[in-house]
Write a protein that binds this ligand. Structure first.
Ligand code: URA
Length: 437
């Protein structure tokens, strides 16, 4: 090993700047298993308190990107735009924005992860469509995008293994919430995924990692700087996560809501955010001169039915039953439901989104460990959102599961999530700012 870990830890502990060689060697040797967790943890904690500057952060990102496979999407024609959300409750926007962008001429070659946490990831959601295959051979994947304009598959191979190892260590050493560490973790994976442009949806609020807007903006800014330095057009939107997005949380429930949105019948927030992000994807993909021109194209793709038709094509090409689009009873159905009722009348003032997410996981909609299986029918329908009026005894949320005990436990857990006041309340602003356009 060409570095002395103790020297590097001391240097960062005292506020020094790590050299490119030190960072690259650290990442390489830690991934190989040559640096013990106690020294890596000490370095992460020193970085947590002393921070990294842009140069160090760019190097860390690139070293983690280079630690595994780099996907080559050059066999796909056109400008490939990746979209990434930092994670929210009820976030099914990819299922809406991707077919819209594709219908507007942006090739969508998306590899998504499975979720650990509140609900599944995009791939788990798609697997609630009977027959849908989320694994395609690379040649089939490229051909499908070139012919049909869209493919959505599970991440295969070995993307940024250094990040996987470091993220797992950060998770148990109190070193997750540092801007350079989060930004390099996310961007190392995005850069390895091979797209030409990247759109980041950075969530902020009670259900997000970043609780306040300023921190979310700083994260968006540094990720845009990393993307730009790596030669990718990168933009970030800071968007609200103080309440679940839309009304559905859970895999098949979210796919149904996404289909509703593509039919022009979705909840206002999902509709707005999907059109906004699709508009930026269309702009980044070179199909519109500005993001607002992209937005107009996105609106037209929904109104004309072209975006819904693109989802139908995606489902057909990947072996799913396209009839689900017209008949939601073909989705897995939950046997049990349990309601949370309002204990007083008034207006919904706040929703503890983290708690709703955790309760949704409890229904069986999400995994606590990698080995858990998902109940695709399970989840929550949030019937009342911030600013809405409620009467005593009215339903605030319905928890669904194929396990009666889980539905009840989840509902019990979520009872404290809703705050109701007598004063009128306004809904939080959905799209707070956009960076990098
Ligand atoms: N998501 C990631 O992939 N990495 C982080 O550090 C935080 C969120």
């Amino acid at each position: 090993m060409n570095i002395n870990m103790n020297d590097i830890i001391v240097k960062k502990r005292d506020g020094g700047k790590l050299t490119e060689r030190e960072i690259r060697e650290f990442v390489k040797e830690y991934t190989l298993g040559n640096i013990p967790d106690y020294q890596a943890s000490a370095l992460l904690m020193a970085i947590f308190f002393r921070h990294m500057d842009d140069e160090e952060t760019f190097t860390l990102t690139d070293a983690m990107r280079a630690s595994g496979d780099n996907v080559d999407l050059s066999a796909i024609k056109g400008i490939k735009v990746d979209k990434h959300s930092t994670g929210g409750v009820g976030d099914k926007v990819t299922l809406v924005a991707a077919p819209i962008a594709s219908a507007c001429g942006v090739p969508v070659a998306k590899m998504s992860g499975r979720g650990l946490g509140f609900t599944g990831g995009t791939i788990d959601k798609l697997e609630s469509i009977p027959g849908f295959r989320t694994t395609l051979e690379p040649a089939e994947f490229f051909t499908q995008v070139n012919e049909a304009g869209i493919a959505l598959i599970g991440q295969s191979g070995h993307i940024a293994p250094a990040d996987k190892k470091l993220y797992a260590l950060r998770d148990v050493t109190g070193t997750v919430e540092n801007l350079s560490l989060i930004a390099s973790s996310i961007m190392s994976k995005k850069l390895a995924a091979g797209s030409d442009a990247i759109l980041l949806d950075v969530k902020c609020g009670s259900g997000a990692f970043m609780k306040d807007q300023k921190a979310a903006e700083e994260l968006g800014e540094i990720m845009c700087r990393i993307g730009t330095a790596a030669g990718k057009k990168t933009a970030a939107c800071i968007t609200d996560m103080n309440q679940p997005l839309g009304r559905a949380v859970g895999n098949s429930l979210e796919v149904i809501e996404a289909i509703d949105t593509l039919k022009g019948e979705g909840p206002a927030d999902i509709t707005e955010l999907s059109l906004h992000l699709a508009g930026i994807m269309i702009y980044l993909g070179g199909r519109a001169k500005t993001a607002s021109a992209g937005r107009s194209l996105a609106e037209h793709a929904v109104a004309s039915g072209a975006a819904l038709a693109r989802l139908r094509t995606l489902i057909e090409r990947q072996g799913g039953d396209p009839d689900v689009i017209d008949d939601y009873s073909l989705f897995p159905q939950a046997k049990f439901e349990e309601k949370v009722l309002a204990e007083s009348a008034g207006f919904v003032a706040a929703i503890d989104t983290q708690l709703i997410g955790a309760a949704s996981q409890h229904t069986g909609a999400g995994r606590a460990t990698k080995e858990d299986t998902i109940d695709h029918a399970a989840g929550v329908t949030v019937e009342k959102k911030i600013g809405e009026r409620v009467t005593r005894g009215q339903t605030l949320a319905v928890f669904r599961s194929n396990d009666k005990k889980k539905a009840k436990a989840a509902a019990d857990m979520a009872r404290a999530a809703f705050s109701i006041t007598l004063e009128k309340q306004t809904a939080p602003v959905l799209i707070k700012s956009t960076i990098g356009l």
